[in-house]
Design a protein around this ligand. Structure first.
Ligand code: AMP
Length: 183
């Protein structure tokens, strides 16, 4: 499963809740990058400047991380949160999963107007959430990641959910969208 949506859309929160219900593994590439930076690992040093400035980590570094994770998850479902973020990553993911006789089953896009996303980011207070960086991350989403909606729509995998509501309402909408897609 893949969670798409602009920064601030609630991907992390909703992914946490969904993996509990579905008993699958939550993979947040952003969370793993932040953890590596905090722990001071070589991988962390490599991605730090990207994460701090809100730029995308280069695809080959992201794929290195993801390939390792997928290899360790044989047979168990994964919910990707914040990945893929580029067309190249989406294609590489298809390739990696095919190699494990698996594939993307469903993609959830949480839609949210930019102003609402910005307000949420400002109140969250993460280090890469200062106004200029948050604006930039939204722009990167619109130009580079949003085209994935088309990629997955063409493959019949896309479910879009209005993320502009409280946490429980959005969780209910996600459940409904998943049911509709499975029907
Ligand atoms: P997130 O926690 O998803 O908001 O990600 C925080 C930051 O980590 C992003 O602004 C990027 O710098 C980096 N990042 C996370 N996931 C990816 C990805 N799939 N591709 C490139 N960069 C990523």
């Amino acid at each position: 499963m893949v969670f798409l949506g602009p920064p601030g859309a609630g991907k992390g929160t909703q992914a946490e809740m969904l993996v509990e219900r579905l008993k699958i593994t939550h993979v947040s590439t952003g969370g793993l990058f932040r953890q590596a930076i905090e722990e001071g690992t070589p991988a962390g040093a490599e991605v730090r400047e990207y994460v701090d400035s809100g730029r995308l980590v280069p695809d080959h570094l992201v794929m290195q991380l993801v390939e390792g994770l997928v290899a360790g998850q044989e047979g168990r479902g994964i919910c990707f949160d914040g990945f893929p973020r580029t067309l190249a990553q989406a294609e590489a993911l298809d390739c990696v999963l095919t190699g494990h006789s698996a594939g993307v089953d469903v993609v959830l896009a949480l839609d949210l107007p930019d102003e609402v996303a910005l307000n949420r980011l400002m109140s969250r207070g993460r280090e890469d959430d200062d106004y200029a960086t948050a604006r930039y991350r939204l722009e990167v989403y619109q130009t580079t990641t949003a085209p994935l909606i088309r990629y997955y729509t063409e493959r019949g995998l896309m479910a879009r959910v209005d993320g502009n509501a409280d946490i429980n309402t959005v969780a209910r909408r996600i459940d409904d969208a998943l049911k509709a897609l499975a029907a």
